[in-house]
Design a protein around this ligand. Structure first.
Ligand code: ATP
Length: 589
């Protein structure tokens, strides 16, 4: 397919306001690319993508498959320079920038120039598959040539690579008509914006090749490549799509979470799967202990599917020591201190994408992986299995084969999962998670499949506190064990006229250090003691967060704070400045 045809079709799609028409036009474009009989069943598409694959990517502004994080590594300035050079000797990149400031969009700027006068520089044209040297201004630039030249451009590395990139790009612009230049510029800068999103291409593939949309959707989830799915749909139909599987080494999109409350989760599902929410960076581990020696056995990808294997040798070492069968695991890499306690997110960032001095960085910040999902194990794709089954597989994959009776919490790298319908138990897990230094909890639908790339209702991150309350501390309890000398579990009250009425107890969100400080602050105000419980004179105000306010007979106010967390001491406030029962009632409404 000529690139000029692609550009014309892209313009027609862009001009179309209605979604259905956009899908119809995209579908025609794919079908026409697919009619290129010469390419049917030709060479290995991994090596030489077919036109339909390229078109399915280009139309979304992608040059490479979605799983491939290869970047063109072209900044806007490089692109402006290439445009300026192709536009003629009188044009400088400052002219491109001035026009851009006026029209606001690089495609329109590129389309405003006339290209092709630079025959003298024809030596720069072509590159890779671009064998059209000297055909400046000609209209025979093909979609394939653009794709191959951009792949060469992405591969340019080392000294002089920026010049080579500019040369290659110049070569392409120099062969473009105005309309081709519009879409080339946008493609190169990942600003296609013709109204074609992932859903459009999915529907268009279904329409063009007459395959059910849900089979296309599944195929996209496992392959993570619109190009491949378009080609398989065209050449092999539904059966071909159904045979596409996950591949160890090819990342899939991560399933994402929505914010939500415990109450909603328990209302929607019979039970909730509760996990700790680790404050680290998402990783997807691909491990193939059976891989041929030349292939990497273990690869680690970020949430955006960038490869981060070299930055995280601990994860690789863990996988190589633990995994005995091919697997794809989803999890988090967490920075830890020498006691194995988690450190804040900022610490893991010092390690995550590091390309140089990894050994030195490793001495400064230690990390370890924790896995909460298993997408593939031992040759079997598990995406469509329920979460609890996937977690069972995860457990088996990570367990030490020689210790069959191993408890879950002894299995290194396994994130624990509790299934419950009891909000109090969830509260206790949340408290434990915070206590252990984690971010809180995740709530998941135990029966749900793994939906790559989806931010659905099946995964909920506990909603952060929307409002906070300033409450007076009116009681506490002495701790137990190593905390026996500290006060903990503080009783909270709000003002009701001249009285104070209790609204809950807070025990979460407080480190040992903080407990020591709070004990020192409150001990002088102890009014009475009975067993472990103490009454405290109203002197100190705590700021607390909470998930929601419920009516409850447990506390004298008639209300209870659900999931209260300690946020800090309001040393600037006296009890008279604390929040009132009226405010609690208002917040509840
Ligand atoms: P967002 O995903 O909303 O863009 P974010 O990247 O800051 O924002 P959050 O939404 O706060 O992340 O939480 C989801 C992230 O929490 C996941 O992507 C993952 O990195 C992390 N996480 C930690 N523990 C878990 C767990 N047990 N299950 C799923 N995700 C977890």
């Amino acid at each position: 397919m000529e690139f000029a045809t692609f550009a014309d079709r892209a313009a027609a799609i862009e001009a179309e306001p209605a979604d259905l028409e956009i899908v119809a036009r995209t579908s025609e474009l794919l079908a026409d690319a697919g009619d290129d009989s010469e390419e049917r069943g030709s060479a290995d598409s991994a090596v030489e993508p077919q036109t339909v694959e390229i078109v399915a990517r280009f139309v979304q502004g992608r040059v490479f498959p979605a799983w491939d994080s290869t970047k063109l590594d072209i900044g806007p300035t490089t692109c402006y320079e290439a445009i300026a050079r192709a536009a003629g000797t009188n044009v400088g990149s400052d002219d491109v920038e001035e026009r851009l400031a006026e029209v606001g969009e690089i495609g329109a700027v590129a389309a405003g120039y006339e290209f092709g006068g630079q025959q003298g520089l024809g030596a720069f044209t072509g590159g890779g598959g671009g064998n059209g040297a000297g055909s400046a201004g000609g209209n025979d630039l093909t979609v394939r040539e653009v794709s191959e030249t951009l792949a060469d451009l992405a591969a340019a590395e080392g000294s002089g690579s920026q010049d080579r990139k500019i040369d290659l790009l110049f070569g392409l612009f120099n062969r473009c008509s105005s309309e081709e230049a519009r879409y080339l510029a946008r493609l190169v800068l990942s600003e296609m914006r013709i109204g074609v999103g992932e859903g459009t291409v999915r529907d268009a593939i279904s329409e063009a090749f007459d395959v059910p949309v849900e089979r296309v959707e599944r195929a996209l989830q496992v392959s993570n490549d619109y190009g491949q799915v378009a080609r398989v749909a065209r050449d092999e139909g539904r059966e071909g799509l159904d045979e596409l599987d996950l591949e160890v080494g090819r990342p899939v999109q991560a399933m994402l979470a929505q914010a939500g409350t415990v109450t909603d989760a328990l209302e929607e599902w019979d039970e909730a799967a509760v996990e700790w929410k680790y404050d680290g960076a998402r990783i997807q581990l691909h491990s193939d202990p059976e891989a041929a020696e030349a292939d990497a056995e273990t690869r680690v990808f970020s949430r955006n599917m960038e490869e981060v294997t070299d930055a995280l040798p601990e994860v690789v070492e863990f996988a190589e020591a633990t995994l005995e069968e091919p697997a794809i695991l989803d999890g988090e890499v967490v920075a830890i201190d020498e006691n194995d306690d988690p450190l804040p997110f900022q610490e893991v960032l010092k390690r995550f994408r590091r390309k140089h001095d990894v050994a030195k960085a490793r001495e400064d910040v230690m990390v370890r992986p924790v896995f909460f999902d298993c997408l593939h194990a031992g040759g079997e794709d598990l995406l469509e299995e329920p979460l609890t089954t996937r977690h069972e597989r995860l457990r088996a994959v990570l367990a030490d084969g020689e210790a069959p009776e191993q408890d879950e919490d002894e299995i290194e790298g396994l994130s624990l999962l509790w299934t419950t319908d009891d909000p109090d138990e969830i509260e206790a897990i949340d408290a434990e998670a915070l206590e252990a230094g984690h971010e809180g909890i995740m709530l998941k639908d135990p029966d749900s499949a793994y939906s790559p790339g989806r931010r659905g209702k099946h995964w909920r991150k506990r909603k952060p506190d929307v409002e906070t309350l300033d409450c007076v501390v009116t009681g506490a309890e002495w701790g137990e064990g190593r905390r026996a000398t500290f006060l903990g579990t503080f009783e909270l009250s709000v003002r009701a006229g001249d009285d104070l009425e209790t609204v809950g107890k807070v025990a979460t969100g407080i480190t040992d250090e903080k407990l020591e400080e709070l004990t020192e602050l409150l001990e002088p105000h102890i009014a009475a003691e009975e067993g472990q419980a103490v009454d405290i004179e109203p002197e100190v105000v705590f700021e607390v967060g909470y998930e929601e306010i419920q009516s409850s007979p447990t506390y004298s106010s008639g209300y209870a704070l659900r999931f209260p967390r300690f946020l800090g001491v309001r040393s600037d406030k006296d009890p008279e400045d604390a929040d009132t029962l009226e405010r609690v009632e208002r917040l509840r409404a």
